[in-house]
Design a protein around this ligand. Structure first.
Ligand code: SAH
Ligand code: SF4
Ligand code: F3S
Length: 482
Protein backbone atom coordinates (compact mmCIF):
# COMPACT_ATOMS: atom_id res chain seq x y z
CA UNK A 1 0.00 0.00 0.00
CA UNK A 2 1.11 3.51 -0.77
CA UNK A 3 2.83 5.31 2.17
CA UNK A 4 0.61 8.35 1.87
CA UNK A 5 -2.38 6.26 2.72
CA UNK A 6 -0.79 4.78 5.82
CA UNK A 7 0.26 8.17 7.14
CA UNK A 8 -3.11 9.85 7.02
CA UNK A 9 -4.79 10.98 10.21
CA UNK A 10 -7.42 8.95 11.96
CA UNK A 11 -10.73 10.73 12.35
CA UNK A 12 -11.55 10.65 16.07
CA UNK A 13 -15.24 11.33 15.59
CA UNK A 14 -15.80 7.98 13.94
CA UNK A 15 -14.76 5.93 16.97
CA UNK A 16 -16.94 7.98 19.24
CA UNK A 17 -19.99 7.58 17.01
CA UNK A 18 -19.60 3.87 16.36
CA UNK A 19 -19.19 3.13 20.07
CA UNK A 20 -22.25 5.27 20.82
CA UNK A 21 -24.16 3.19 18.27
CA UNK A 22 -23.09 -0.03 20.01
CA UNK A 23 -24.23 1.35 23.36
CA UNK A 24 -27.69 2.12 21.97
CA UNK A 25 -27.87 -1.27 20.28
CA UNK A 26 -27.40 -2.86 23.74
CA UNK A 27 -30.19 -0.69 25.18
CA UNK A 28 -32.51 -1.56 22.29
CA UNK A 29 -31.67 -5.23 22.77
CA UNK A 30 -32.89 -5.16 26.35
CA UNK A 31 -36.24 -3.86 25.13
CA UNK A 32 -36.46 -6.38 22.31
CA UNK A 33 -35.63 -9.24 24.70
CA UNK A 34 -38.33 -8.04 27.13
CA UNK A 35 -40.87 -7.98 24.29
CA UNK A 36 -39.85 -11.49 23.22
CA UNK A 37 -40.49 -12.75 26.75
CA UNK A 38 -43.82 -10.95 26.93
CA UNK A 39 -45.04 -12.29 23.58
CA UNK A 40 -43.38 -15.70 23.77
CA UNK A 41 -41.94 -15.42 20.26
CA UNK A 42 -39.03 -13.97 18.30
CA UNK A 43 -39.28 -10.36 17.10
CA UNK A 44 -38.89 -9.92 13.34
CA UNK A 45 -37.62 -6.97 11.27
CA UNK A 46 -37.98 -6.14 7.59
CA UNK A 47 -35.85 -3.59 5.70
CA UNK A 48 -37.18 -2.49 2.29
CA UNK A 49 -34.82 -0.75 -0.16
CA UNK A 50 -36.34 1.53 -2.80
CA UNK A 51 -33.27 3.17 -4.33
CA UNK A 52 -29.82 2.81 -5.87
CA UNK A 53 -26.76 0.78 -4.79
CA UNK A 54 -25.88 3.42 -2.20
CA UNK A 55 -29.34 3.18 -0.74
CA UNK A 56 -28.95 -0.62 -0.67
CA UNK A 57 -25.63 -0.31 1.12
CA UNK A 58 -27.30 1.91 3.75
CA UNK A 59 -29.98 -0.77 4.17
CA UNK A 60 -27.27 -3.31 5.03
CA UNK A 61 -26.23 -1.04 7.90
CA UNK A 62 -29.84 -0.66 9.11
CA UNK A 63 -30.29 -4.42 9.02
CA UNK A 64 -27.10 -5.02 11.02
CA UNK A 65 -28.32 -2.69 13.77
CA UNK A 66 -31.68 -4.45 13.88
CA UNK A 67 -30.06 -7.92 13.93
CA UNK A 68 -27.67 -6.96 16.72
CA UNK A 69 -30.63 -5.58 18.67
CA UNK A 70 -32.17 -9.05 18.54
CA UNK A 71 -34.56 -8.94 15.59
CA UNK A 72 -34.74 -11.83 13.14
CA UNK A 73 -34.52 -10.78 9.50
CA UNK A 74 -37.60 -11.36 7.32
CA UNK A 75 -38.67 -10.36 3.80
CA UNK A 76 -42.29 -10.13 4.91
CA UNK A 77 -43.63 -6.72 5.88
CA UNK A 78 -45.89 -8.46 8.41
CA UNK A 79 -43.11 -7.93 10.97
CA UNK A 80 -42.47 -6.17 14.29
CA UNK A 81 -40.15 -3.52 12.87
CA UNK A 82 -40.52 -2.39 9.25
CA UNK A 83 -38.26 0.24 7.77
CA UNK A 84 -38.58 1.79 4.30
CA UNK A 85 -35.32 3.15 2.92
CA UNK A 86 -36.72 5.51 0.29
CA UNK A 87 -35.58 7.05 -3.01
CA UNK A 88 -36.91 10.22 -4.62
CA UNK A 89 -34.98 10.39 -7.89
CA UNK A 90 -38.22 10.10 -9.91
CA UNK A 91 -41.83 10.65 -8.88
CA UNK A 92 -42.73 6.98 -9.37
CA UNK A 93 -40.26 6.10 -6.59
CA UNK A 94 -42.25 8.38 -4.23
CA UNK A 95 -45.56 6.91 -5.37
CA UNK A 96 -44.36 3.36 -4.69
CA UNK A 97 -43.57 4.34 -1.10
CA UNK A 98 -47.02 5.88 -0.53
CA UNK A 99 -48.73 2.85 -2.10
CA UNK A 100 -46.87 0.39 0.11
CA UNK A 101 -47.34 2.54 3.21
CA UNK A 102 -51.10 2.34 2.77
CA UNK A 103 -50.94 -1.47 2.90
CA UNK A 104 -48.53 -1.38 5.82
CA UNK A 105 -51.05 0.66 7.82
CA UNK A 106 -53.54 -2.21 7.51
CA UNK A 107 -50.96 -4.76 8.70
CA UNK A 108 -50.14 -2.56 11.68
CA UNK A 109 -53.76 -2.57 12.81
CA UNK A 110 -53.41 -6.32 13.43
CA UNK A 111 -50.08 -6.12 15.23
CA UNK A 112 -50.07 -3.59 18.08
CA UNK A 113 -46.34 -4.18 18.65
CA UNK A 114 -45.37 -3.23 15.12
CA UNK A 115 -43.11 -0.20 14.64
CA UNK A 116 -42.82 1.54 11.26
CA UNK A 117 -39.82 3.68 10.27
CA UNK A 118 -39.07 5.62 7.07
CA UNK A 119 -35.68 7.00 6.10
CA UNK A 120 -33.63 7.76 2.99
CA UNK A 121 -33.58 10.41 0.30
CA UNK A 122 -37.33 11.09 0.14
CA UNK A 123 -37.28 12.12 3.81
CA UNK A 124 -34.86 14.96 3.03
CA UNK A 125 -37.79 16.74 1.38
CA UNK A 126 -40.04 18.69 3.71
CA UNK A 127 -43.15 18.10 1.61
CA UNK A 128 -42.82 14.30 1.90
CA UNK A 129 -42.32 14.44 5.67
CA UNK A 130 -45.37 16.71 6.00
CA UNK A 131 -47.46 14.34 3.92
CA UNK A 132 -46.51 11.40 6.14
CA UNK A 133 -47.20 13.40 9.29
CA UNK A 134 -50.62 14.27 7.98
CA UNK A 135 -51.80 11.17 6.14
CA UNK A 136 -49.83 8.27 7.66
CA UNK A 137 -50.14 8.94 11.37
CA UNK A 138 -49.20 5.37 12.25
CA UNK A 139 -45.54 5.90 11.28
CA UNK A 140 -43.31 5.79 14.38
CA UNK A 141 -39.98 7.11 13.15
CA UNK A 142 -38.77 9.37 10.32
CA UNK A 143 -35.14 10.26 9.71
CA UNK A 144 -33.00 11.33 6.75
CA UNK A 145 -29.80 10.49 4.93
CA UNK A 146 -27.41 12.67 6.96
CA UNK A 147 -28.07 11.13 10.37
CA UNK A 148 -28.48 7.51 9.33
CA UNK A 149 -25.55 6.66 11.62
CA UNK A 150 -27.80 7.56 14.56
CA UNK A 151 -30.25 4.79 13.71
CA UNK A 152 -29.40 2.73 16.84
CA UNK A 153 -30.23 5.68 19.08
CA UNK A 154 -33.43 6.46 17.16
CA UNK A 155 -34.46 2.79 17.28
CA UNK A 156 -34.00 2.77 21.04
CA UNK A 157 -36.09 5.95 21.45
CA UNK A 158 -38.81 4.54 19.20
CA UNK A 159 -39.03 1.41 21.34
CA UNK A 160 -39.70 3.47 24.44
CA UNK A 161 -42.10 6.02 22.97
CA UNK A 162 -45.56 6.00 21.42
CA UNK A 163 -45.13 9.30 19.62
CA UNK A 164 -43.98 9.87 16.06
CA UNK A 165 -40.27 10.71 16.19
CA UNK A 166 -38.87 12.93 13.44
CA UNK A 167 -35.17 13.69 13.12
CA UNK A 168 -34.04 15.25 9.85
CA UNK A 169 -30.79 17.14 9.32
CA UNK A 170 -30.30 19.64 6.51
CA UNK A 171 -26.71 18.64 5.86
CA UNK A 172 -23.60 17.14 7.40
CA UNK A 173 -19.87 17.20 6.83
CA UNK A 174 -19.35 14.09 8.90
CA UNK A 175 -18.44 10.61 7.72
CA UNK A 176 -19.00 7.92 10.33
CA UNK A 177 -16.85 4.82 9.88
CA UNK A 178 -17.08 1.35 11.36
CA UNK A 179 -20.83 1.00 11.74
CA UNK A 180 -21.94 -2.63 11.76
CA UNK A 181 -23.07 -3.98 8.35
CA UNK A 182 -25.05 -7.09 7.45
CA UNK A 183 -24.35 -7.94 3.81
CA UNK A 184 -27.00 -9.30 1.49
CA UNK A 185 -24.42 -11.44 -0.36
CA UNK A 186 -21.56 -13.21 1.40
CA UNK A 187 -19.26 -13.03 -1.63
CA UNK A 188 -19.75 -9.50 -3.01
CA UNK A 189 -20.22 -6.08 -1.50
CA UNK A 190 -20.61 -2.40 -2.26
CA UNK A 191 -18.06 -0.05 -0.72
CA UNK A 192 -18.89 3.65 -0.43
CA UNK A 193 -15.94 5.76 -1.45
CA UNK A 194 -17.76 9.09 -1.26
CA UNK A 195 -21.12 10.57 -0.38
CA UNK A 196 -23.12 13.38 -1.97
CA UNK A 197 -22.82 15.14 -5.32
CA UNK A 198 -21.62 18.57 -6.48
CA UNK A 199 -22.70 18.38 -10.09
CA UNK A 200 -26.20 19.83 -9.96
CA UNK A 201 -27.48 18.40 -13.22
CA UNK A 202 -30.58 20.55 -13.60
CA UNK A 203 -33.10 17.66 -13.52
CA UNK A 204 -31.60 15.87 -10.52
CA UNK A 205 -32.65 15.91 -6.87
CA UNK A 206 -29.66 13.93 -5.55
CA UNK A 207 -27.41 16.94 -4.65
CA UNK A 208 -30.28 18.35 -2.57
CA UNK A 209 -31.04 15.16 -0.65
CA UNK A 210 -27.52 13.79 -0.30
CA UNK A 211 -25.56 17.01 0.24
CA UNK A 212 -22.10 18.01 -0.97
CA UNK A 213 -19.35 15.59 -1.98
CA UNK A 214 -17.47 14.03 0.92
CA UNK A 215 -14.76 11.46 0.18
CA UNK A 216 -13.78 8.77 2.65
CA UNK A 217 -10.07 8.54 3.38
CA UNK A 218 -8.27 6.05 1.12
CA UNK A 219 -6.93 4.31 4.22
CA UNK A 220 -10.46 3.65 5.52
CA UNK A 221 -11.58 2.36 2.12
CA UNK A 222 -8.65 -0.04 1.84
CA UNK A 223 -9.17 -1.16 5.44
CA UNK A 224 -12.82 -1.92 4.68
CA UNK A 225 -11.84 -3.88 1.54
CA UNK A 226 -9.29 -5.88 3.52
CA UNK A 227 -11.88 -6.65 6.17
CA UNK A 228 -14.41 -7.69 3.53
CA UNK A 229 -11.84 -9.92 1.87
CA UNK A 230 -11.13 -11.54 5.24
CA UNK A 231 -14.88 -12.21 5.50
CA UNK A 232 -14.90 -14.05 2.17
CA UNK A 233 -15.89 -11.23 -0.19
CA UNK A 234 -14.40 -11.69 -3.68
CA UNK A 235 -15.95 -8.80 -5.57
CA UNK A 236 -16.34 -5.19 -4.47
CA UNK A 237 -18.14 -2.33 -6.15
CA UNK A 238 -16.81 1.13 -5.33
CA UNK A 239 -19.77 3.47 -5.01
CA UNK A 240 -20.22 7.21 -5.49
CA UNK A 241 -22.46 9.55 -7.52
CA UNK A 242 -19.41 10.71 -9.48
CA UNK A 243 -16.48 8.48 -8.60
CA UNK A 244 -14.21 10.50 -10.90
CA UNK A 245 -14.25 13.43 -8.51
CA UNK A 246 -13.12 11.21 -5.63
CA UNK A 247 -10.63 12.98 -3.35
CA UNK A 248 -11.08 16.44 -4.87
CA UNK A 249 -12.68 17.66 -1.64
CA UNK A 250 -9.40 17.08 0.26
CA UNK A 251 -6.97 20.02 0.55
CA UNK A 252 -4.15 20.13 -2.03
CA UNK A 253 -1.54 19.28 0.63
CA UNK A 254 -3.61 16.52 2.29
CA UNK A 255 -1.84 13.16 1.86
CA UNK A 256 -5.31 11.60 1.47
CA UNK A 257 -5.80 13.47 -1.78
CA UNK A 258 -5.30 10.72 -4.35
CA UNK A 259 -7.14 10.36 -7.64
CA UNK A 260 -9.90 7.82 -8.19
CA UNK A 261 -7.61 5.98 -10.61
CA UNK A 262 -4.96 5.55 -7.90
CA UNK A 263 -7.54 4.47 -5.35
CA UNK A 264 -8.84 1.85 -7.77
CA UNK A 265 -5.32 0.56 -8.25
CA UNK A 266 -4.83 0.30 -4.47
CA UNK A 267 -8.10 -1.62 -4.09
CA UNK A 268 -6.89 -4.08 -6.76
CA UNK A 269 -3.87 -4.85 -4.57
CA UNK A 270 -6.03 -6.15 -1.71
CA UNK A 271 -5.43 -9.89 -1.39
CA UNK A 272 -8.48 -12.04 -1.97
CA UNK A 273 -10.43 -9.38 -3.88
CA UNK A 274 -10.67 -10.90 -7.35
CA UNK A 275 -12.94 -8.43 -9.11
CA UNK A 276 -13.45 -4.71 -8.70
CA UNK A 277 -16.35 -2.70 -10.11
CA UNK A 278 -17.20 0.97 -9.79
CA UNK A 279 -20.28 3.13 -10.24
CA UNK A 280 -20.82 5.86 -11.48
CA UNK A 281 -18.18 7.73 -13.47
CA UNK A 282 -19.25 11.07 -14.97
CA UNK A 283 -18.21 11.38 -18.63
CA UNK A 284 -16.93 14.95 -18.11
CA UNK A 285 -14.23 13.75 -15.68
CA UNK A 286 -13.18 10.43 -17.20
CA UNK A 287 -9.37 10.58 -17.27
CA UNK A 288 -6.74 8.84 -19.40
CA UNK A 289 -5.10 7.83 -16.12
CA UNK A 290 -8.25 5.87 -15.22
CA UNK A 291 -8.24 4.12 -18.61
CA UNK A 292 -4.57 3.18 -18.12
CA UNK A 293 -5.30 1.74 -14.68
CA UNK A 294 -8.21 -0.34 -16.01
CA UNK A 295 -6.10 -1.57 -18.92
CA UNK A 296 -3.28 -2.86 -16.73
CA UNK A 297 -5.48 -4.39 -14.00
CA UNK A 298 -7.31 -7.53 -15.10
CA UNK A 299 -9.13 -7.51 -11.73
CA UNK A 300 -11.12 -4.45 -12.80
CA UNK A 301 -14.38 -5.54 -14.40
CA UNK A 302 -14.69 -4.92 -18.13
CA UNK A 303 -17.81 -2.82 -17.66
CA UNK A 304 -18.15 0.94 -17.70
CA UNK A 305 -21.49 2.53 -16.88
CA UNK A 306 -21.25 5.93 -18.56
CA UNK A 307 -24.48 7.92 -18.22
CA UNK A 308 -25.27 9.82 -21.43
CA UNK A 309 -28.64 11.35 -20.38
CA UNK A 310 -29.13 12.99 -23.81
CA UNK A 311 -27.42 13.22 -27.19
CA UNK A 312 -28.46 16.70 -28.24
CA UNK A 313 -26.02 19.49 -27.41
CA UNK A 314 -28.65 22.07 -26.51
CA UNK A 315 -30.35 19.62 -24.12
CA UNK A 316 -26.99 18.58 -22.64
CA UNK A 317 -26.18 22.24 -22.03
CA UNK A 318 -29.50 22.84 -20.33
CA UNK A 319 -29.04 19.68 -18.27
CA UNK A 320 -25.69 21.12 -17.09
CA UNK A 321 -23.89 17.93 -18.06
CA UNK A 322 -20.75 19.80 -19.20
CA UNK A 323 -19.98 17.69 -22.29
CA UNK A 324 -21.16 17.66 -25.89
CA UNK A 325 -22.36 14.81 -28.06
CA UNK A 326 -19.04 14.89 -29.88
CA UNK A 327 -16.99 14.78 -26.68
CA UNK A 328 -19.04 11.87 -25.37
CA UNK A 329 -18.62 9.90 -28.60
CA UNK A 330 -14.87 10.62 -28.66
CA UNK A 331 -14.62 9.24 -25.12
CA UNK A 332 -16.52 6.08 -26.07
CA UNK A 333 -14.24 5.67 -29.06
CA UNK A 334 -11.13 6.01 -26.89
CA UNK A 335 -12.50 3.48 -24.36
CA UNK A 336 -13.41 0.94 -27.06
CA UNK A 337 -9.98 1.22 -28.70
CA UNK A 338 -8.09 0.79 -25.46
CA UNK A 339 -10.38 -1.83 -23.88
CA UNK A 340 -11.88 -3.85 -26.75
CA UNK A 341 -13.60 -6.27 -24.35
CA UNK A 342 -15.37 -3.66 -22.29
CA UNK A 343 -19.16 -3.38 -22.14
CA UNK A 344 -20.42 0.20 -22.05
CA UNK A 345 -23.84 0.81 -20.56
CA UNK A 346 -25.68 4.05 -20.00
CA UNK A 347 -28.64 6.00 -18.59
CA UNK A 348 -30.84 8.13 -20.83
CA UNK A 349 -33.64 10.55 -19.95
CA UNK A 350 -36.45 11.13 -22.47
CA UNK A 351 -38.69 14.21 -22.34
CA UNK A 352 -36.42 16.75 -20.66
CA UNK A 353 -38.07 20.22 -21.02
CA UNK A 354 -37.78 21.47 -24.59
CA UNK A 355 -36.72 18.12 -26.09
CA UNK A 356 -38.26 17.76 -29.56
CA UNK A 357 -38.41 14.56 -31.62
CA UNK A 358 -35.55 15.92 -33.77
CA UNK A 359 -33.46 16.42 -30.66
CA UNK A 360 -34.14 12.83 -29.62
CA UNK A 361 -32.77 11.77 -33.03
CA UNK A 362 -29.38 12.97 -31.75
CA UNK A 363 -29.72 10.66 -28.73
CA UNK A 364 -30.64 7.77 -31.01
CA UNK A 365 -27.63 8.60 -33.17
CA UNK A 366 -25.35 8.33 -30.12
CA UNK A 367 -26.92 4.98 -29.13
CA UNK A 368 -26.15 3.62 -32.61
CA UNK A 369 -22.64 5.02 -32.78
CA UNK A 370 -21.68 4.10 -29.21
CA UNK A 371 -23.22 0.60 -29.59
CA UNK A 372 -24.27 0.50 -25.95
CA UNK A 373 -24.31 -2.96 -24.43
CA UNK A 374 -27.32 -1.89 -22.40
CA UNK A 375 -29.14 1.32 -21.55
CA UNK A 376 -31.56 2.27 -18.79
CA UNK A 377 -34.11 4.63 -20.26
CA UNK A 378 -36.15 6.91 -18.01
CA UNK A 379 -39.00 9.28 -18.66
CA UNK A 380 -38.13 12.73 -17.34
CA UNK A 381 -39.71 13.34 -13.96
CA UNK A 382 -40.11 16.89 -12.69
CA UNK A 383 -38.49 17.25 -9.24
CA UNK A 384 -39.60 20.24 -7.20
CA UNK A 385 -36.66 22.43 -6.20
CA UNK A 386 -34.47 21.53 -9.18
CA UNK A 387 -33.79 24.20 -11.86
CA UNK A 388 -35.44 22.15 -14.63
CA UNK A 389 -38.74 22.09 -12.74
CA UNK A 390 -38.97 25.81 -13.54
CA UNK A 391 -38.20 25.40 -17.27
CA UNK A 392 -41.26 26.41 -19.23
CA UNK A 393 -41.40 24.07 -22.18
CA UNK A 394 -42.34 20.79 -20.45
CA UNK A 395 -42.93 18.16 -23.17
CA UNK A 396 -46.48 16.83 -23.77
CA UNK A 397 -47.00 13.26 -22.56
CA UNK A 398 -47.85 11.78 -25.98
CA UNK A 399 -44.63 13.15 -27.52
CA UNK A 400 -42.60 11.75 -24.61
CA UNK A 401 -44.26 8.35 -24.95
CA UNK A 402 -43.66 8.16 -28.70
CA UNK A 403 -40.02 9.22 -28.34
CA UNK A 404 -39.48 6.81 -25.48
CA UNK A 405 -40.75 3.86 -27.54
CA UNK A 406 -38.65 4.90 -30.53
CA UNK A 407 -35.52 5.08 -28.39
CA UNK A 408 -36.24 1.81 -26.58
CA UNK A 409 -36.41 -0.09 -29.86
CA UNK A 410 -32.95 1.12 -30.93
CA UNK A 411 -31.53 0.45 -27.46
CA UNK A 412 -32.82 -3.13 -27.54
CA UNK A 413 -31.54 -3.80 -31.06
CA UNK A 414 -28.10 -2.41 -30.23
CA UNK A 415 -27.86 -4.35 -26.96
CA UNK A 416 -28.78 -7.58 -28.73
CA UNK A 417 -26.17 -7.05 -31.46
CA UNK A 418 -23.53 -6.43 -28.81
CA UNK A 419 -24.51 -9.47 -26.72
CA UNK A 420 -24.42 -11.75 -29.80
CA UNK A 421 -20.72 -11.00 -30.25
CA UNK A 422 -19.94 -13.10 -27.18
CA UNK A 423 -21.43 -16.34 -28.62
CA UNK A 424 -19.22 -19.38 -28.21
CA UNK A 425 -16.73 -17.71 -25.89
CA UNK A 426 -15.66 -19.14 -22.55
CA UNK A 427 -15.99 -16.56 -19.78
CA UNK A 428 -15.10 -16.55 -16.11
CA UNK A 429 -18.21 -15.80 -14.07
CA UNK A 430 -18.93 -15.19 -10.41
CA UNK A 431 -21.80 -17.50 -9.47
CA UNK A 432 -24.39 -15.31 -7.74
CA UNK A 433 -27.26 -17.67 -6.95
CA UNK A 434 -30.06 -19.89 -8.13
CA UNK A 435 -32.07 -18.92 -11.17
CA UNK A 436 -35.45 -17.50 -10.13
CA UNK A 437 -37.38 -19.36 -12.83
CA UNK A 438 -35.60 -22.71 -13.06
CA UNK A 439 -34.36 -24.42 -9.89
CA UNK A 440 -31.77 -26.51 -11.75
CA UNK A 441 -29.91 -23.47 -13.03
CA UNK A 442 -27.38 -21.18 -11.41
CA UNK A 443 -26.78 -17.61 -12.52
CA UNK A 444 -23.29 -16.16 -13.03
CA UNK A 445 -22.11 -12.66 -13.83
CA UNK A 446 -19.32 -12.06 -16.32
CA UNK A 447 -16.67 -9.40 -15.94
CA UNK A 448 -18.63 -7.28 -18.45
CA UNK A 449 -21.77 -7.60 -16.28
CA UNK A 450 -23.71 -9.91 -18.66
CA UNK A 451 -25.56 -12.77 -16.97
CA UNK A 452 -25.35 -16.43 -17.96
CA UNK A 453 -27.51 -19.30 -16.69
CA UNK A 454 -26.14 -22.84 -16.56
CA UNK A 455 -26.66 -26.16 -14.83
CA UNK A 456 -24.41 -26.70 -11.81
CA UNK A 457 -24.38 -27.53 -8.16
CA UNK A 458 -25.52 -25.00 -5.58
CA UNK A 459 -22.24 -25.38 -3.70
CA UNK A 460 -20.62 -23.24 -6.41
CA UNK A 461 -22.50 -20.09 -5.36
CA UNK A 462 -19.92 -17.46 -4.48
CA UNK A 463 -17.09 -18.94 -6.56
CA UNK A 464 -15.62 -18.13 -9.95
CA UNK A 465 -16.15 -20.76 -12.69
CA UNK A 466 -15.66 -20.91 -16.45
CA UNK A 467 -18.75 -21.10 -18.60
CA UNK A 468 -19.14 -21.51 -22.38
CA UNK A 469 -21.69 -19.07 -23.80
CA UNK A 470 -23.96 -21.22 -25.97
CA UNK A 471 -27.19 -19.38 -26.66
CA UNK A 472 -27.79 -15.66 -26.63
CA UNK A 473 -31.25 -14.59 -25.39
CA UNK A 474 -30.94 -10.87 -25.88
CA UNK A 475 -29.62 -9.61 -22.56
CA UNK A 476 -28.45 -12.92 -21.14
CA UNK A 477 -26.90 -16.23 -22.16
CA UNK A 478 -27.59 -19.91 -21.59
CA UNK A 479 -24.31 -21.75 -21.17
CA UNK A 480 -22.50 -24.75 -19.74
CA UNK A 481 -19.64 -25.09 -17.33
CA UNK A 482 -16.30 -26.14 -18.80
N1 SAH B 1 -24.87 9.95 -10.40
C1 SAH B 1 -25.30 9.19 -11.47
C2 SAH B 1 -26.73 8.73 -11.43
C3 SAH B 1 -27.71 9.28 -10.46
S1 SAH B 1 -29.41 8.93 -10.58
C4 SAH B 1 -25.04 9.98 -12.74
O1 SAH B 1 -24.63 11.08 -12.73
O2 SAH B 1 -25.28 9.44 -13.76
C5 SAH B 1 -29.57 7.62 -11.73
C6 SAH B 1 -30.21 8.01 -13.01
O3 SAH B 1 -31.52 8.47 -12.80
C7 SAH B 1 -29.52 9.13 -13.76
O4 SAH B 1 -28.45 8.70 -14.49
C8 SAH B 1 -30.63 9.67 -14.63
O5 SAH B 1 -30.64 9.03 -15.88
C9 SAH B 1 -31.89 9.30 -13.87
N2 SAH B 1 -32.56 10.50 -13.34
C10 SAH B 1 -32.09 11.37 -12.43
N3 SAH B 1 -33.00 12.36 -12.24
C11 SAH B 1 -34.05 12.12 -13.05
C12 SAH B 1 -35.28 12.78 -13.31
N4 SAH B 1 -35.62 13.91 -12.70
N5 SAH B 1 -36.13 12.21 -14.20
C13 SAH B 1 -35.81 11.05 -14.83
N6 SAH B 1 -34.67 10.40 -14.63
C14 SAH B 1 -33.77 10.91 -13.75
FE1 SF4 C 1 -27.57 13.70 -10.23
FE2 SF4 C 1 -25.89 14.69 -12.00
FE3 SF4 C 1 -25.09 14.24 -9.49
FE4 SF4 C 1 -25.59 12.19 -11.10
S1 SF4 C 1 -23.98 13.73 -11.39
S2 SF4 C 1 -26.26 12.43 -8.99
S3 SF4 C 1 -27.29 12.94 -12.32
S4 SF4 C 1 -26.60 15.75 -10.16
FE1 F3S D 1 -32.55 7.50 -5.13
FE2 F3S D 1 -31.19 8.66 -3.25
FE3 F3S D 1 -30.04 6.84 -4.76
S1 F3S D 1 -32.67 9.63 -4.57
S2 F3S D 1 -31.10 7.06 -6.70
S3 F3S D 1 -31.72 6.50 -3.38
S4 F3S D 1 -29.06 8.63 -3.89
Amino acid sequence: MNGNILNSNINDIKDEESSRALKYIELAKEKVTALEKELGRKMRACVVTFGCQMNARDSEKLLATLSLAGYEETDSEDADFVIYNTCTVRDNADQRVYGRLGQLGNLKKNNPHMKVAICGCMMQETSSVEKIQKSYRFVDLIFGTHNIYKFAELLNTTLESDRMIIDIWKDTDKIVEDLPVKRKYSFKSGVNIMYGCNNFCTYCIVPYVRGRERSRSPREIIRECEKLSGDGVKEVMLLGQNVNSYGLDFADNDPDRISFALLLEEVCKVDGIKRVRFMTPHPKDFSDELLDVIERNPKIARHIHLPLQAGNNEILRRMNRKYTKEQYLALVDKIRKKLPDVAITTDIIVGFPGETSEMLDDTIDVVRKASFDNAFTFIYSKRTGTPAAGFEDQVPEDVVKENFDRLLKVVQDTAKEQALKLSGRVEEVLVEGRNDHDERLLTGRMSNNTLVHFEADESLIGSFVNVRLDECHGFYYMGRMV
